[in-house]
Design a protein around this ligand. Structure first.
Ligand code: 6PG
Length: 475
């Protein structure tokens, strides 16, 4: 009798891999699990007696492959980069035509394109799949962004549909396009995640330094906001973060945490890719840059001493109903602009790579399971679902009214913060983008004139066709 009993396999029993395997097992599939140190794979089975019957730990990669039914599907949940190439190299000779390798880590989509090309002609299939939702998402329902050959998707769809998060009964998983499409979308998800988090942190900065509120009071405000337009996982966890007390000192937890943000690189990739596509995602950039500056803490402390005599004005923020409503409205508006930038990057990438990314579907599968999940994404999904082409979310009839209404609050908050010396880089990037985006006549004519003067780069005239060079006075 064949040992091949497992429906699917997961390689890499780190936190994400183990939780994904448990999720698969819980949904009634038999899952083979493998790890560099096999004890970890056996521990996943032995530590979960309720699901043990559906978990098949393997002593070796050979055993793992033997335990899989054909066509075999092996999901890699290993650190991005070289480890994925290493796993592919090890497992490929053990597989046969029709088998599928799935990279479910946070890969650089360029690597996914390269890996997809490398398997072409071998008969093996490669899927690059973005998985969002952290540890709990992996265990109970992540949002899953799939890229790869369309014909391969049905081989993994039944399992993915069962394990994915559900939004009003709909599974938050979809095939989004060939090769790197899934990982590109996950990268933009993370860039938006950075912008969302940074803008929330900027509002926290206003609450702390402008309004002098205690974290517990801020938590109350965020909880209140979570019942309206801003309702989202990130706002919800912010309230929890702000309410928490340090058991050792009894101080608010956020006050004992060093103000240096970590980053693993996906947010930076989003910004780099957007720039390469000529779509400046400036709120995402501001968020990545702010994380970078946050980690130069001693340098900031030196600068603070150098400029301690600099008088910023008074930040005129008020913690009354109107003042808080203004902050809320500013955050909503900036958030719409950040998402518009992320979506613009995806639209440009779709065109550049011929992916035909289903932008409405992406909003749909982000409504639950992922870190940026929110009801707001349902609004974006609806804007795309209406069938009309959405050039940019800021031009969608569903959002024009909201942005037109909210922009005044964003403007006031950014202006007051600037006058009061409270940094709001992502909020101001959102406002600047909005103002630049809605200006029919910009200032690039001067840049063209400068380029033409120093480098004869030519320019176009309003009144004639074709590129021309002007004989500028000698400088
Ligand atoms: C997710 C997250 C996740 C990411 C963390 C940390 O969608 O589940 O995006 O993939 O790794 O959020 O990212 P940073 O370390 O870059 O902040």
């Amino acid at each position: 009798m064949s040992d091949a009993t497992a429906d699917i396999g997961v390689i890499g029993m780190g936190v994400m891999g183990a939780n994904l395997a448990l999720n698969i097992a819980e949904k009634g599939f038999k899952v083979a699990v493998q790890n560099r140190t096999p004890e970890k794979a056996f521990a996943v089975r032995d530590d979960n007696p309720d699901l043990a019957g559906n978990i098949v730990p393997a002593e070796s990669l050979e055993d793992f492959v033997k335990s899989l039914k054909t066509p075999r599907v092996a999901i890699f949940m290993v650190p991005a980069g070289q480890p994925v190439d290493d796993e592919m190299k090890k497992i490929a000779p053990l597989l046969e035509a029709g088998d599928v390798m799935v990279d479910a880590g946070n890969a650089d989509f360029n690597d996914t394109v390269r890996r997809s090309q490398a398997v072409e002609g071998t008969g093996l299939k490669f899927v690059g799949m973005g998985v969002s939702g952290g540890e709990l998402g992996a265990r109970h329902g992540p949002s899953i962004m799939v890229g790869g050959a369309k014909e391969t998707y049905p081989l993994i769809e039944p399992v993915l549909t069962k394990i994915a998060a559900k939004y009003e009964g709909e599974a938050c998983v979809a095939w989004l396009g060939p090769d790197g499409a899934g990982h590109f979308v996950k990268t933009i998800h993370n860039g938006i995640e950075y912008a969302d988090m940074q803008m929330i942190a900027e509002i926290y900065g206003i609450m702390r330094d402008g309004l002098k509120l205690e974290p517990a009071k801020m938590a109350e405000i965020f909880r209140d906001w979570n019942s309206r337009e801003l309702a989202s996982y990130l706002i919800e966890i912010t309230a929890v973060n702000l309410d928490e007390k340090d058991p050792e000192t009894q101080k608010p937890m956020v006050e004992v945490i060093v103000d240096e943000a970590g980053q693993k690189g996906t947010g930076r990739w989003a910004v780099i890719e957007a720039e390469k596509l000529g779509v400046g995602a400036t709120t995402l950039e501001a968020a990545v840059a702010a994380r970078g500056l946050s980690s130069r803490r001693s340098e900031r402390a030196d600068a603070a001493r150098l400029y301690d005599k600099v008088e910023a004005g008074q930040a005129q923020f008020f913690a009354d109903e109107a003042g808080l409503a203004e902050l809320e409205s500013a955050l909503v508006t900036a958030k719409i602009i950040a998402y518009a930038q992320g979506y613009a990057a995806m639209a440009a990438a779709s065109e550049e790579n011929g992916w035909n990314l289903p932008l409405g579907t992406i909003a749909e599968i982000w409504r639950a399971g992922c870190i940026i999940r929110s009801h707001f994404l349902d609004d974006i999904a609806k804007a795309y679902d209406k069938g009309h082409t959405v050039v940019n979310i800021l031009q969608s009839p569903d959002f024009v009214g909201r942005v037109a209404k909210g922009q005044a609050a964003l403007r006031r908050v950014v202006a007051k913060a600037a006058l009061g010396g409270i940094p709001v880089p992502a909020l101001s990037a959102a406002l600047a983008y909005f103002d630049d985006y809605r200006r029919a006549r910009g200032t690039a004519n001067l840049i063209q004139a400068q380029r033409d003067l120093f480098g004869a780069h030519t320019f176009h005239r309003f009144d004639k066709d074709g590129a021309v060079h002007h004989q500028w006075p000698a400088v």
